[in-house]
Write a protein that binds this ligand. Structure first.
Ligand SMILES: C[S@@+](CC[C@H](N)C(=O)[O-])C[C@H]1O[C@@H](n2cnc3c(N)ncnc32)[C@H](O)[C@@H]1O
Length: 288
């Protein structure tokens, strides 16, 4: 669905916040047809699912936010990129300027990853030489353990993105994942993730929208389970050795990426974007 959002955005919306010309190739033929049809776009966004428009905006904003931060990290010398819960993310194809000089690790549920690999093969799309697929179920194995068994280099900082995935994992799996990264990655590594905030932080129309989205994703086999308090979540994460760089609220996301022509922020749903830097490795105590 995130890829479908990206196809429609590039085809029918402006200004373009996140341009992903590979999304239409990677999605299924049926979804490609639907998402390239102006009629379907208008029906979906104006008539059938207008309540989901803020969520579409957030899917685009989170991808743009992560890549804005990644670009800064790359300029500072980071050359390992770990995409957790990659889905149909096409970074490795979309950004040859950055991808050719980086080690890229895509971690995803084995079923999602298999489907993507089949699609890439059907399309004869070649990935850069230092691109690696790692299948992993985050409820069963940690990101740290999965990376430790790969060519991931613990002695160089890495950038991690973890988008649209935390929502589907138990609170325990989220903290265990962050702790495992802190036990493996080199200090100076960074992570960007989006997480649903507790209902107390939602306005009434957003809650209605959240319930619709939950029903929508549950029917498709992915159940949204976790919500965090935006004050205590970063505090807990910082105990693993991270420093919070940014915790982007709904209003801040809109101001940065989605404003009305008069400059006022558009409505965004209840997920914050967090950006952390690892300052202390949990295993060897190495400090930045
Ligand atoms: C909504 S998609 C997000 C994809 C991509 N990051 C994006 O923003 O477009 C959610 C992703 O989480 C992954 N996921 C959900 N539960 C998982 C689990 N238990 N283990 C591994 N991956 C999981 C799915 O396979 C899927 O790729």
């Amino acid at each position: 669905m995130a890829a479908v959002v990206r196809v429609m955005h590039l085809a029918f919306e402006s200004p373009v916040v996140f341009a992903d010309p590979f999304a239409e190739k990677l999605t299924t033929p049926v979804w490609r047809m639907i998402s390239k049809s102006r009629l379907c776009y208008l029906l979906g966004t104006k008539l059938i699912y207008p309540a989901l428009n803020p969520i579409r905006r957030q899917v685009l904003a989170r991808a743009r936010y992560a890549e804005d931060q990644l670009e800064k990290a790359v300029s500072a010398g980071t050359d390992q990129y770990v995409i957790i819960g990659a889905g149909l993310d096409a970074f490795a194809l979309r950004r040859p300027d950055l991808a050719r000089a980086m080690d890229i690790y895509e971690l995803d549920h084995p079923a999602s990853q298999r489907a993507k690999q089949v699609r890439l093969k059907q399309l004869s799309l070649n990935l850069p030489p230092r691109h690696y697929f790692i299948p992993v179920d985050f409820e069963k194995k940690t990101v740290g353990a999965a990376l430790a068994a790969s060519s991931f280099d613990r002695s160089r900082p890495a950038f991690f993105s973890w988008l649209g995935t935390v929502h589907y994992l138990s609170e325990q799996a989220v903290y265990t994942t962050l702790e495992s990264i802190a036990g493996l990655a080199h200090p100076g590594s960074e992570i960007v993730l989006d997480y649903a905030v507790s209902e107390a932080y939602w306005a009434a129309p957003e809650l209605k929208m959240a319930k619709k989205l939950k029903r929508f994703t549950s029917r498709r086999g992915e159940v949204m389970v976790s919500m965090f308090d935006p004050v205590s979540f970063p505090e807990t994460v910082s105990r693993f050795g991270y420093a919070l760089l940014e915790n982007l609220s709904l209003g801040d996301q809109a101001k940065r990426y989605f404003t009305h022509p008069d400059g006022s922020p558009m409505q965004m749903p209840g997920s914050y974007f967090a950006h952390f830097r690892l300052i202390k490795n949990r295993t060897d105590g190495h400090i930045l």
